[in-house]
Design a protein around this ligand. Structure first.
Ligand code: GEK
Length: 246
């Protein structure tokens, strides 16, 4: 698939039977449009991941983009980092996403950067010598009871001084505030051109697949595996990105 194949997301525009969301070829084809119109601040988060990578990448180390999809974060890093002998490892378990990313990379040349694309489950990935790990809206798709183990392995695979960037859709403990944030988010989606039918069908499809938690739950988990300094660096409504240091 070439960049010109990236299409507008109208996957939920027609009335359809209920079913769980999957990252298949139909989603990969529209993904760039989908994520830009569905995550408030996505382009800012991607650009700032590049800025953080420039600061924290070390010579002879690795940067991991876990759940890379079409490589938004991978490409932002590759464009900004000029370390010597570093590698960028982009991992996703959707064959359609990885195939599409590999295709995208054919048109680009990053002389300093070795980019390795892996189609595998991040719960089984080996992570080592990492100066940076990116989980940009990926942990929310991992079963809640498997998240601590994944973060523990990430922590173990990171070098001291390395950073983890973790972006998630979040819940608010106060039910009224949570309802307001969800409502504001739906207004954002309408502003981005999605109809009420598209918004409600997508919401239903994600219900059992995307499992958000509160910021306190994320903080507690990150601290429990050893991250000592962490905070939110970006938030818009019920979408937040955190940075944690080893
Ligand atoms: C971006 N980070 O554009 N193993 C590997 N990949 C997985 C797994 C798993 N167990 N579970 C889900 N994924 C990207 C956006 S999208 C976020 C990330 C969204 C992958 C899944 O195939 C999909 O490509 C990605 O995680 C989540 O910066 O769609 O809201």
């Amino acid at each position: 698939m070439s960049d010109s194949d990236n299409q507008r997301d109208n996957l939920f525009a027609e009335k359809m039977l209920p079913g769980d969301f999957v990252f298949d070829a139909r989603v990969a084809r529209v993904f760039d449009d989908m994520i830009n119109r569905s995550v408030p601040g996505y382009s800012t988060i991607i650009a700032m991941i590049g800025v953080m990578a420039e600061r924290y990448c070390r010579d002879n180390s690795a940067i991991y983009d876990l759940g890379c999809s079409l490589g938004g974060a991978t490409l932002a890093v590759a464009h900004r980092v000029s370390c010597n002998n570093y590698s960028l490892v982009a991992i996703d378990n959707s064959p359609a996403m990885i195939a599409s990313l590999q295709n995208k990379l054919l048109d680009q040349d990053f002389p300093n950067t070795r980019i390795e694309c892996r189609c595998e489950d991040i719960r089984q990935s080996s992570i080592s010598n990492a100066s940076m790990v990116i989980l940009n809206f990926t942990l929310q798709f991992i079963a809640v009871e498997q998240r601590t183990e994944l973060l523990r392995r990430i922590y173990e695979g990171m070098n001291p001084g390395g950073i983890l960037v973790i972006s998630e859709k979040i819940l608010f403990p106060d039910p009224d505030l949570n309802a307001l944030m969800v409502d504001l988010y739906h207004s954002f989606k309408e502003n981005m051109g999605y109809s009420k039918l598209e918004i409600s069908q997508k919401r239903a499809a994600l219900e059992k697949v995307l499992l958000p938690e509160t910021l306190s739950q994320h903080r507690a988990r990150l601290e429990s595996v050893g991250f000592h300094t962490l905070d939110v660096w970006f938030q818009c409504f019920n979408f937040a990105s955190m940075v944690a240091f080893k």
